[in-house]
Design a protein around this ligand. Structure first.
Ligand code: GDP
Ligand code: MG
Length: 301
């Protein structure tokens, strides 16, 4: 049951369009190397989209040479209960490897988000609009280093650069390396930074006609932002005989799918099970619209 990803819920979320065309979702992941991005993606979609080195190799580089940030996409078709998901994950290797937070660190990523908007705008203005492919970024998972403290200048700068272009979802990476107390206090500090800096995050909406259970579930998700996540695709045996996805320590096992251990389940609810369609709609109706009208205004149209 752990392997059930949950996008089979999509037809329920996806009430407006035909199911036959399949469902596409474009997810961008940003964060420094080694924060567990690839592992988390594999765990979220229960598929090996990325190979993960168990012991990452060290490679020397000149610390004075800026590291270029590049864009790498992986696409995969995932099927569950006859529902097809065309998933594209956009990774940005090189991010966070420069000592400062100047433009070189984030510009290529902002450019990529804009480029995808521009491409859509161009397609949309063509005559045959029924064939418009939506390559826009529908959500951006931002991986915060588990320092136990607040945000770093690059975190703040990056989030400010993208928050009005994407549905921004921050996660505290590798949260198993922090104590429960550290997770709580760093969440508070991070949220305070986000508030003080005027950074807007994606928060799941509550609708007037939601029943009490749905309202409680949505609030339960919002409360956990920034999600403290743990990723693993390894199944291990617990002392009480269960088989779980997790990470093993001398003092015990951290379970990925256990809400007492981390916020992985809540993140998956937000991203996949309950609000994937919402993320796409917000991208199209609000974030893209804003970009589009600013662009047309600049062009004097
Ligand atoms: P990426 O560079 O951000 O894509 O990170 P990877 O997914 O390649 O993971 C880098 C290393 O961290 C690997 O050895 C993973 O096994 C390990 N790792 C991934 N997720 C976690 C986690 O949640 N906690 C811990 N402690 N290690 C993790
Ligand atoms: Mg990776």
């Amino acid at each position: 049951l752990n392997g059930y990803v949950g996008f089979a819920n999509l037809p329920k979320q996806w009430h407006r369009k035909s199911i036959r065309r399949g469902f596409s979702f474009n997810l961008m992941v940003v964060g420094a190397k080694g924060l567990g991005k690839s592992t988390l993606i594999n765990a979220l979609f229960n598929k090996q989209l990325y190979k993960v080195d168990s012991a990452p190799k060290f490679s020397y580089r000149d610390p004075n040479e800026p590291v270029p940030v590049t864009i790498e996409t992986v696409s995969s078709e995932i099927e569950e209960n006859n529902v097809k998901l065309n998933l594209t994950v956009i990774d940005c290797p090189g991010f966070g490897e420069n000592i400062d937070n100047t433009e070189v660190s984030w510009k290529p990523i902002v450019d990529e988000i804009d480029r995808r908007f521009d491409e859509y705008l161009e397609e949309e203005t063509k005559v045959n609009r029924s064939t418009v492919v939506d390559n826009r970024v529908h959500a951006l998972l931002y991986f915060i280093e588990p320092t136990g403290h607040a945000l770093k200048p690059l975190d703040i700068e990056f989030m400010k650069q993208v928050h009005d272009k994407v549905n921004l979802i921050p996660v505290i990476a590798r949260s198993d390396t922090l104590t429960e107390k550290e997770v709580e206090s760093s969440k508070q500090m991070i949220l305070e930074d986000i508030k003080n800096q005027g950074i807007r995050l994606f928060t799941p909406p509550i609708y007037e006609n939601d029943d009490d259970e749905t309202v409680a579930s949505t609030k339960g998700i919002s409360e956990k932002i920034p999600f403290a996540v743990v990723g693993s695709t390894n199944y291990i045996q617990t002392s009480d005989g269960r088989t779980v996805r997790g990470r093993s320590y001398p003092w015990g096992i951290i379970e990925v799918d256990n809400e007492e251990h981390c916020d992985f389940v809540k993140l998956r609810q937000l991203l996949i099970r309950n609000f994937m369609e919402e993320l796409k709609e917000t991208t199209g109706n609000s974030l893209y619209e804003r970009y589009r009208s600013e662009k047309l205004e600049k062009l004097g149209i």
